[in-house]
Write a protein that binds this ligand. Structure first.
Ligand code: UD1
Length: 471
């Protein structure tokens, strides 16, 4: 028997117990490099796991049922953010930053497809005047925070196979936007195959290629372990990680208030929250169920539960999740010791595939299950979880949709950025002429407090401009 035949036979033996031999249906027509590529993709898939996910052996929680006994989460509300305890929290946060114990973690695995943008979403030029990319804005915040506290702050950037190369090239071409090489670690998340809804068979994207997609932002946990990043964090003495997703340029990265309450409460996972404006807000919901904190996605929350109010007529489940968290590093370490700490969420999607005749099929109805893990599913395992309330306009403007869509468009995000910068300038005593737009680089000022230090009282802004570093 030739090596080639033996390879096919080995693969068949591997696939057969799971009914997946169809993956080799075009094998004999493939070139040796194509065979090699397909074989290594098949070998990387945990077929037993996919099989049990499809068979529903790993049960999906019944959120409709569970949410009926959900209670609001332990929270630091806006009304409590004055006084000694709050001041102590801010000081704790600053202390941890100054001691170099805090790192930043950004997930940037998403493509700009929904935005009509061909590159990774993180490269989208969102700066209303500067045209700075999402990534540049986040990196400048990290650098500005590091300068403010006289330390270096490492940035751990997670890409996906679809975004990795373009992201790395963009960072290199722009000298990492000034971030020291030692302070940037880019690592790639894993993938999961999609399976046919009826049969559970893996779908082929091409005759020689499985259909694979990123394993969700929950893939962060496995990727941190596999890439050795977690170990490097530990060696560097990074105990706390400020986590965000790349699509929101308003994130108050490393805000001492959030880090400080997290430390003061000795929490393993503290999340930023915003009060929902109405019951149907399309956000995840922080809730306590049987003594553990969870995020219940809006799509899983029955209307009558979402509409429940307390005695004062306020929404009972008021706390929206914006995907901004502070983690104690040890929570990731514990999570990695257990293989199934993060459950898979199963979604029905339209996935193009190659049929047995070798033809490309573009389905018009959902034909496949996709499997994703979510980072917020670490919450139930976290000790003393907590949420800290912020004002929406100071922390949230996600870029999700193409220009002209109803919500979360580039125009909306840019308006939110400009409105925030205008508020900071006017609060510092500046005058911004009507119709004038001023964009502030994080390296000019990180927040309202720093704007006061950087401008003259009564300063007038007569024309639209970008206040860059050193302006
Ligand atoms: C998410 C949250 C929702 C929250 C909302 C706020 C989920 C399932 N829902 O919704 O609770 O209220 O944000 O904006 O997360 N990403 C990766 N790799 C992946 C998947 C995602 O890096 O495999 C990153 C990307 O940077 C992406 C971001 O996560 O931009 C958001 O993920 P997405 O799936 O778009 O979640 P949303 O539907 O926006």
């Amino acid at each position: 028997m030739t090596n080639q035949m033996r390879e096919k036979q080995d693969l068949e033996e591997r696939l057969k117990p799971f009914g997946q031999e169809h993956l080799l249906q075009f094998w004999d027509e493939l070139s040796p490099p194509q065979r090699q590529a397909l074989a290594s993709q098949i070998e990387a898939v945990d077929l037993g796991q996919i099989n049990s996910l499809f068979r529903g052996e790993v049960d999906q929680p019944d959120w409709a049922q569970l949410s009926r006994r959900a209670e609001p989460p332990p929270a630091v509300r806006l009304s409590e953010q004055s006084g000694d305890r709050n001041q102590a929290a801010i000081e704790h946060g600053i202390e941890a930053l100054r001691a170099g114990q805090v790192g930043v973690m950004i997930t940037a695995g998403g493509q700009g497809t929904r935005l009509g943008f061909e590159l990774p979403k993180s490269l989208y030029p969102i700066g209303p005047i500067s045209q700075a990319s999402l990534l540049q804005i986040h990196i400048e915040k990290v650098r500005a925070t590091a300068q403010r506290y006289g330390v270096s702050i490492p940035l751990y950037l997670m890409t996906s196979p679809a975004t990795h190369e373009d992201t790395v090239r963009f960072l290199n071409e722009n000298d990492r936007f000034g971030l020291a090489a030692d302070d940037l670690l880019v690592f790639c998340q894993g993938t999961m195959p999609a399976v046919d809804i009826e049969t559970g068979q893996l779908l082929l994207a091409e005759q020689d290629r499985l259909f694979l997609s990123p394993d969700g932002h929950g893939g962060t946990v496995a990727a941190l372990g596999k890439s050795g990043v977690l170990e490097r964090m530990q060696k560097r003495g990074i105990d706390q990680l400020f986590y965000l997703q790349v699509d929101n340029p308003l994130v108050p990265i490393c805000d001492p208030l959030l880090i400080g309450h997290h430390l003061l409460a000795n929490s393993e996972m503290t999340s930023l929250t915003v009060q929902k404006k109405h019951a149907m807000e399309k956000w995840g919901n922080f809730a306590m169920i049987d003594g553990h904190m969870h995020v219940i996605e809006y799509s899983d929350l029955p209307d009558e539960v979402a509409n429940q109010c307390d005695d004062l007529g306020n929404l009972k489940l008021w706390a929206g999740s914006l995907a901004i968290h502070v983690f104690e590093r040890t929570l990731f370490e514990r999570a990695l010791e257990k293989t199934d700490i993060l459950p898979f969420h199963i979604a029905r999607k339209k996935v193009p595939f190659v049929n047995p005749d070798g033809k490309q099929v573009t389905p018009t109805e959902p034909n496949a299950f996709k499997f994703e893990r979510f980072i917020f599913d670490l919450l139930p395992a976290a000790e003393r979880p907590l949420v800290v309330e912020y004002r929406e306009e100071e922390c949230f403007a996600p870029l999700k949709n193409a220009p002209g869509a109803e919500i979360d468009t580039p125009e909306y995000v840019q308006q939110m950025m400009l409105a925030q910068h205008k508020r900071w300038l006017t609060a510092a005593g500046a005058e911004v002429a009507p119709g004038v737009d001023v964009e502030i680089s994080p390296l000019f000022a990180l927040d309202a407090e720093q704007v006061v230090e950087r401008i003259k009282p009564g300063q007038r802004f007569e024309k639209s401009q970008y206040l860059a570093e050193g302006t």
